[in-house]
Design a protein around this ligand. Structure first.
Ligand SMILES: *Cc1c(COP(=O)(O)O)cnc(C)c1O
Length: 395
């Protein structure tokens, strides 16, 4: 089928909520995607940090297939070992105490916000409902997680938003301290702000937030929806700062391409959310949990994580030497490229697409979230394509 006819059907059938690149993808293998005409693209986006092991990884397919051929769903009215094993694996590997499963990053964050407010309510009663989040953050698209997102452009049209979110600049502990009062119950942050422009927070800031949360009994929520599950070269990005949060949220890379969200809490928060207080029909679906368990077993080894860190370093070194690149930032294989003034990242991304490379943008930056296990050959080819696009760029 031609791209034009696929696009026409799309236009007639879907709400126009996405600005899409002009390509229809059909299949993939490893870090290479193919379009309707069989044209190959090196994929530096991983479906926005989701396909952590690339397309059609053999072990991943076997794990998912085995569960699919056993049972695809039971509901949370019953115990199921696949779901329980996945939760136990998450607890063991992260040092957290309990897990709630949802289906997306936004839902994981909803659970975190509910947990923080409930914890505070149980201990202090009404009135401590304010959640402090950071300017330029991104926490999701529900009415509450939009409110949690510290960017004005997201606070339109859908009024009224959930109340009691306040925003403070990243890496500014004094500004955060100035917000301390008896209405606050939690602080929520991303260790590397993803959608906000691949902005790593300072370790000292993250440690300072931990100390303030301890001082005021605020719940420290770390949104690892994009940074988690090996993306930065550690299982959780917050490990770089040697901090243990009270609540961690995960999604994107955890399912390797199947929809999962997880909200993890530390000791002391195990029973804040009690029976009937929260739930999800699909949450903890066995097929999705079989996928997540396989991803965890594969990614969470010292050798795999060291390879992510090493690849990330080498990618950043190559990018820094490319023409029109002003700055390269990020951690591990979560990488942002600041281009020289006047070069629109979206235009470069479109030129890359034409040359056979899928690459993301974040605000005015180019953004890379390659599959964590991308082969050296695909990595080199993708970087070659980006380099030749930038070399030929005339402002
Ligand atoms: C993508 C993202 C979300 C939202 O995840 P969805 O699965 O789209 O709901 C939340 N937080 C961060 C940091 C993200 O990158």
């Amino acid at each position: 089928m031609s791209f034009d006819s696929i696009k026409q059907t799309h236009d007639d059938a879907l709400m126009p909520t996405y600005g899409r690149f002009p390509v229809a993808l059909t299949s993939g293998k490893g870090a290479t995607a193919y379009d309707e005409d069989g044209k190959a693209y090196i994929d530096f986006g991983s479906g926005i940090g989701v396909t952590s092991l690339g397309y059609c990884d053999e072990g991943y397919m076997a794990a998912v297939n085995a569960q699919l051929h056993t049972a695809q769903h039971f509901s949370n009215l019953y115990y199921n070992k696949t779901q329980i094993d996945c939760a136990a694996s998450l607890c063991r590997r992260t040092g957290m105490a309990r897990v709630f499963f949802g289906n997306s990053g936004a839902e994981a964050n909803e659970c975190a916000i509910k947990l923080a407010r409930k914890y505070s309510f149980d201990k202090y009663g009404k009135g401590r409902s304010t959640v402090i989040t950071l300017c330029n953050s991104f926490h999701g698209r529900t009415v509450t997680t939009l409110a949690a997102t510290g960017q004005d452009v997201f606070h339109n049209y859908f009024f009224p938003f959930t109340g009691d979110f306040v925003y403070t600049p990243a890496n500014d502990l004094d500004a955060l301290k100035a917000l301390a009062d008896d209405t606050v119950c939690a602080v929520m942050l991303e260790c590397v702000q993803g959608e906000g422009g691949v902005m790593p927070l300072d370790d000292a800031f993250i440690q300072g937030v931990r100390a303030l949360c301890d001082e005021h009994d605020w719940v420290m929520i770390v949104d690892e929806v994009q940074t988690g599950i090996g993306r930065t070269g550690k299982l959780l990005a917050v490990e770089h700062a040697a901090v243990k949060p009270d609540v961690v949220t995960l999604a994107k890379g955890l399912g390797g391409g199947l929809p999962i969200g997880a909200c993890l809490c530390a000791e002391g928060f195990e029973t804040v959310m009690s029976a009937g207080m929260h739930g999800s029909t699909f949450g903890g679906n066995p097929v999705v949990c079989a996928a997540a368990s396989y991803i965890l077993d594969t990614v969470d080894t010292p050798a795999f994580l060291a390879a992510v860190a090493d690849k990330g370093d080498r990618i950043r070194a190559r990018l820094a030497a490319m023409p029109h690149v002003q700055e390269v930032r990020g951690k591990g294989m979560m990488i942002g490229i600041v281009l020289e003034d006047g070069i629109a990242a979206k235009d470069v991304a479109n030129a890359c697409l034409a040359s056979g490379l899928l690459i993301l943008t974040a605000k005015t930056l180019l953004r890379l979230l390659p599959p964590l296990n991308i082969s050296e050959e695909e990595l080199a080819r993708g970087l070659d394509i980006l380099e030749s696009v930038l070399k030929e760029w005339n402002q």
